[in-house]
Design a protein around this ligand. Structure first.
Ligand SMILES: [Zn+2]
Length: 279
């Protein structure tokens, strides 16, 4: 009996925690980044405009972004580095050196090192999201996809409305009625505080902004046996409908990268807006 009472107390606490998390998520107005009104952006530096429209918490003054923790980070120059050198320590502006393609055209990735979104300024993400694993953990919630026997759950952050944006994307995919369930089976990771192999830079999964869908269908260049810089052909098995819906809600897809990561989606609305502004 005591055990049953304890279990009841534990599940009541669990429900309370979930309710609290749901409230925090509900605070966001979901944004469609493919149709978001960009009035005023055409008169601005497109990098500054993309950042400002993507992240309302940022203040941009005198060529620098200021985060809500008070830290300033210069947007910096584009030094026109060779793409492999840019990966190590890009300026904030260099995150935009390669324009993420909104078209479902995988021929662009045939160019070696064409990986728009893979160059990340570490300080930008540590300030926009978190500097420690503990701080990240306090903001994580579960976002789910459920239809029939298919259930997937992803741990992502509520910061910058990532959880609400992901939930909106998954709800849209499910509601479309298209046969998408298989992509939500055998899913990979979501939140995972870890450096990128061989570097000090944190992976996008560290910030709770990335999800990996079906790993068997995804394809990943590191598993292909090909060397970095020559990742070769990518036999994509993900449909454009999933990719385009995820992009609408701010998530770029690793299947468009030369170093393909076809299961990987990452919240980078600034790249989607920059792509619109660059046209
Ligand atoms: Zn991933």
């Amino acid at each position: 009996m005591l055990r049953r009472v304890r279990n009841f107390a534990a599940s009541a606490l669990c429900v309370a925690l979930l309710a609290g998390a749901a409230q925090a998520r509900g605070a966001c107005a979901v944004v469609d980044f493919l149709t978001l009104d960009l009035t005023g952006a055409a008169d601005r530096d497109p990098v500054e405009a993309a950042l400002a429209f993507a992240y309302p918490s940022l203040t941009i003054v005198d060529g620098a972004v200021q985060f809500d923790n008070g830290t300033r980070l210069p947007i910096g120059p584009d030094r026109d580095l060779p793409a492999p050198d840019r990966l190590d320590d890009p300026t904030l502006r260099e995150q935009f050196s390669q324009t993420y393609p909104l078209a479902f055209d995988l021929s662009l990735r045939e160019t070696p090192w064409m990986d728009p979104g893979r160059a990340r300024n570490d300080a930008f993400f540590r300030n926009l999201y978190f500097a420690t694993k503990e701080a990240a953990a306090r903001t994580l919630v579960r976002v789910g996809y459920q239809r029939g026997a298919t259930r997937a759950a992803f741990k992502v952050t509520t910061r910058n409305c990532v959880a609400d944006q992901l939930q909106a994307a998954l709800d849209e995919i499910r509601a479309s009625g298209a046969p998408m369930d298989v992509y939500f089976e055998k899913t990979g990771g979501s939140f995972n505080w870890r450096p990128i192999a061989g570097t000090d830079r944190l992976s996008a999964h560290s910030f709770g902004i990335a999800v990996d869908l079906n790993t068997e269908l995804g394809g990943y260049w590191r598993w292909s046996g090909r060397p970095e810089g020559n990742a070769g052909a990518y036999a994509n098995r993900y449909p454009p409908e999933i990719v385009q819906t995820m992009e609408r809600f701010g998530f770029i897809w690793g299947g468009k990268w030369h170093h393909f990561d076809g299961m990987h989606f990452e919240y980078r609305p600034e790249l989607i807006l920059f792509s619109r502004l660059a046209h």
